[in-house]
Design a protein around this ligand. Structure first.
Ligand code: PSU
Ligand code: MN
Length: 310
């Protein structure tokens, strides 16, 4: 057994952290539980490439045979995306995953832990978990983790499979600012609008980097949740999604689905009900978030260079 933790940070990432270079953490539950094969692997590689092209270093985090890895090799990514025995790993699963040598994808909560432990400031994902509709006790561990991770998280809002007003209330309680990227409205993943407001509208990446540095200077450990609406050409109107979502929720109830199986079940149902359309939307917003995350991480890196800011 390892003396400390079963954690392996890729040497490239260690060097980048030491040099305060721009790094973007990426989750892996989207690879193991969010997207179908082989699109999952292709997407993971495209996101990494976009981040590199934008001048930052990608750090996909996952459990591989019981080791928490930050920064995966291309081979590890391929294995994770093809392996049918992967677990969905959130905060509660870390000890079990290490002891039982699991391989699996990290949720937003899991990736926040990995990024925080290694000193990465920026993390790109698709959509965060939240409070589920009709069951206020089903609250994703993502929300609690956002409250205790000083990291900028870029997402496209949250899917309306969730109770979005309740999700925003919990984020407020936990002290997590929701910052719209060039928008005042909280986006609903597939749709650019939800009728709900963000706390603040940021006009550019530099502004977000400055918010982050200032927030950190108070030793507050909460995240900043940046919501980046899906590109217009890929968006699906809410009215169109609503009937699919209702159907997916009904099926979940009928099949007695609960706990950590709920979100993957709903995602899978919606994906098959909408045929390819939701998948295309999903891919478009993930790449869009990778791009913005790289830009924000570059701005943060610039502010963190010695003698420039704090
Ligand atoms: N929502 C999505 N896509 C996802 C997830 C959520 O639109 O892929 C995944 C993320 O990894 C998120 C997790 O962290 O599901 C939340 O699961 P739960 O609701 O069980 O906490
Ligand atoms: Mn849940």
């Amino acid at each position: 057994m390892n003396k400390q933790t079963n954690t392996a940070i890729h040497t490239k990432i260690i060097k980048a952290i030491q040099n305060k270079q721009a790094i973007v953490a990426l989750e892996s539950a989207v690879i193991t539980h969010g997207l179908p094969y082989p699109v999952n692997i292709e997407l993971a590689k495209q996101m990494e490439l976009i981040i590199q092209t934008e001048g930052a270093i990608p750090a996909t985090a996952a459990f591989i045979d019981g080791t928490l890895k930050i920064g995966l090799s291309s081979e590890e990514l391929n294995d994770l995306g093809t392996n049918n025995n992967t677990h969905k790993i959130s905060r509660r699963d870390f000890g079990i995953a290490a002891a039982k040598r699991w391989s699996g994808g990290l949720t937003v909560a899991g990736t926040l832990i990995a990024a925080r432990q290694s000193g990465i400031h920026v993390f790109a994902t698709g959509g965060i978990g939240g409070v589920h509709r009709g069951n206020i006790y089903d609250v994703s561990a993502d929300l609690q983790e956002l409250a205790q991770s000083p990291i900028v998280v870029i997402c496209a809002g949250a899917k309306s499979i969730l109770d979005l007003p309740a999700t925003l209330e919990v984020l407020e309680t936990l002290g997590v600012p929701v910052v719209g990227y060039q928008t005042e409205e909280f986006p609903a993943f597939y749709a650019r609008e939800s009728g709900l407001k963000t706390n603040y509208k940021a006009n550019n990446a530099k502004e977000i980097a400055e918010l982050f540095i200032h927030q950190k200077s108070y030793q507050l450990n909460n995240a900043i949740l940046v919501v980046n609406p899906i590109p217009k050409e890929a968006a699906i109107p809410s009215e169109k999604m609503e009937s699919f979502i209702t159907q997916a929720l009904e099926e979940a109830a009928k099949n007695n689905i609960f706990g950590s199986a709920m979100t993957p079940f709903l995602l899978d149902k919606i994906s098959s009900l909408t045929k390819g359309e939701s998948l295309q939307a999903n891919l478009a917003l993930l790449k869009n978030n990778a791009r913005l995350a790289a830009e924000i991480s570059r701005e943060i890196s610039a502010l963190l260079q010695p003698n420039l800011f704090i």
